[in-house]
Design a protein around this ligand. Structure first.
Ligand SMILES: Nc1ncnc2c1ncn2[C@@H]1O[C@H](COP(=O)(O)OP(=O)(O)OP(=O)(O)O)[C@@H](O)[C@H]1O
Ligand SMILES: [Mg+2]
Length: 310
């Protein structure tokens, strides 16, 4: 189990992580979702003993990150957001070196594992390519491959598919899920909704350093009662819509506005659609477009943070 107990991290006057508490069970796969600057990487680097928490306590399998950093390092593997392979010549050597430092595999076993992972990721032909000449996506895949090959008890992937093309993303997601099936506890930090949806049983949403909500995908979506969203775009420049104009209907549970886009969480969306258009029009708003959809993780995020992903 991993426990975060009221964890905080300050950089000067900036509180990058605030009062963060969460427990992650053994064998769990959890998504840590949040916009740029939310504090995801900082939190993962504290768990990985790279940064010291300013307050609170983190334990990994019972080991306190401050008291037993070496024990923590021996069970954890982090695929970093910014891959750096200082001084190492090529992808093959990066992986072989990583396994040498983090596992007790012998030379032949390492060779086998490195070969398997490079082939699985379509990087075998490029195994000799100089690391500094690699494309962004290739570097990222090599970084992910380090942890996929290491198979640590606790595996952290920080934005594992940033820069990856679509087939590579699917492949990496698949391999991360397999790692988990083989028994690793997996934490995936991401700002991408589809990644969080594909990879997590539970999702923890972070914003401005804080945990704003956590639950299974189903639980999070259920918190938006009704299960439907009406997305309405109104003409720009008018006064802000009062929520009551729409919450007067008992079928409407919640209204969220970002600029001229209004998200109406409700049930019986199809029946309510004309009534909503009428209510808006009678208040002088010009309805430019309207469409009905199911609640997605993005709506959950919006509701909890008032922020929209780019
Ligand atoms: N070493 C550091 N020194 C000072 N400030 C830092 C440092 N590392 C991170 N920060 C700041 O802490 C905040 C959280 O950053 P962090 O990298 O943890 O966010 P993130 O959620 O991982 O974002 P992204 O999605 O962009 O990766 C940001 O405001 C960032 O500028
Ligand atoms: Mg980050």
């Amino acid at each position: 189990m991993i426990t975060f107990d009221n964890v905080g991290k300050r950089f000067g006057t900036l509180e990058a992580v605030k009062n963060f508490s969460l427990e992650v069970g053994d064998g769990e796969i959890i998504g840590l979702l949040g916009p740029n600057g939310a504090g995801k990487t900082t939190l993962m680097l504290m768990m990985g003993t790279v940064y010291r928490p300013t307050s609170g306590k983190i334990t990994v399998q019972g080991y306190d990150v401050l008291e037993k950093p070496n024990s923590v390092r021996s069970i954890i593997g982090i695929a970093f957001q910014d891959p750096r392979f200082d001084g190492i010549l090529n992808g093959y050597d990066v992986l072989d070196w990583h396994l040498k430092m983090t596992t007790s595999l012998d030379k032949d076993e390492r060779k086998q594992r490195v070969e398997n992972i490079l082939k699985a990721l379509g990087l075998w032909e490029a195994r000799g390519k100089r690391t500094w000449l690699m494309s962004g996506g290739m570097k990222k895949k090599i970084e992910d491959a380090k942890i996929l090959a290491q198979r640590p008890k606790v595996a952290v992937f920080d934005e594992p598919t940033a820069f990856l093309d679509v087939p590579s993303r699917l492949l990496v997601w698949d391999m991360i899920r397999k790692l988990r099936e083989e028994g690793s506890t997996v934490i995936v930090a991401t700002n991408m909704m589809d990644e969080a949806e594909r990879l997590s049983e539970r999702v923890a949403i972070m914003n401005l350093g804080k945990l704003v909500t956590v639950g299974t995908l189903g639980q999070l979506k259920d918190t938006l009662k009704g299960g439907e969203v009406l997305e309405v775009t109104i003409g720009k420049g008018g006064p802000r819509l009062e929520d009551e104009v729409l919450t007067q209907f008992k079928e409407v549970h919640h209204v969220n506005q970002v600029d001229n886009k209004i998200l109406v969480y409700l049930n019986f969306g199809r029946l309510m659609l004309p009534k909503i258009v009428e209510a808006l029009t009678s208040q002088g708003y010009k309805v430019e477009s309207i469409h009905l959809k199911e609640v997605a993780l993005e709506d959950v995020f919006l509701t909890y943070t008032g922020q929209q992903f780019e």
